[in-house]
Design a protein around this ligand. Sequence first.
Ligand code: 5GP
Ligand code: MG
Ligand code: MG
Length: 179
Amino acid sequence: MNNDIERVLFSQEDIQEACRRLGAQISRDYEGKKPVVVGVLKGAILFMVDLIKEMDIMTEVDFLDVSSYHGGVASTGSITLNREIETDISGRHVIIVEDIIDTGLTLQYMLNYLNAHHVASAKVCTLLDKPEGRKVTAKADYVGFNVPNEFVVGYGLDYQEFYRNLPYVGVLKPDVYSE
Ligand code: 5GP
Ligand code: MG
Ligand code: MG
C-alpha cells in the first residue's frame, strides 16, 4: 500500500500538530457552549478522532453521511444523503468536521441541511482545503492545510475505498489510476 504513494504531503506529525492547533482554537471559540461535532462519513473519521481529543470542552459527537464522488477522482456534483444526524440539532451550535473541501458543493448542501434544522450556529472544520477547486462560494472556518488541485489519499481519504488507513496524506502514483 505505501508503495503506491508518490509523495507524502502531510506526515502523521504534521497532522497531529494541526489537530492540536485547531482543537485549541475551537475550545477557545466554544467555551461554555457544548457544541455538537458532526463528522462527515467516511473520510473525516480519522481526523474527527484526533481532533476531538484535542478539544477541552463539553461536546456531543454525531455523524452525517453524504457522498458526491461515487468511486471516481472528480466530484459528480449530485449529492446523496446516506445517513442523517441523529442528535436533535435544533437550537444547537454545530461544528461540521470534513476531510477536504474541493468544489464546495458538499459543504453547501450540508449548510443548507443545518439551516433547515434551525441550528443556533454552523461552522466547518476541515483537515484539507483545495481553494482552486471551488464551484460555489463555501468557506471553512477552521482549516488544517491548503492543498493544490491534486487528488490526495490517506488519513481517511480514499481512492475506490482504499488507502483510508494510511496515517499520512499523500499523492498516489499515476499508474495506480490506470491499473
Ligand atoms: P466537494 O463537494 O467539495 O467537491 O467534495 C467534497 C468531498 O469530495 C470530500 O469530502 C471528499 O470526500 C471528496 N474529495 C474531494 N477532493 C478529494 C481528494 O483529493 N481526494 C479524495 N480522496 N477525496 C476527495
Ligand atoms: Mg468528505
Ligand atoms: Mg471518497
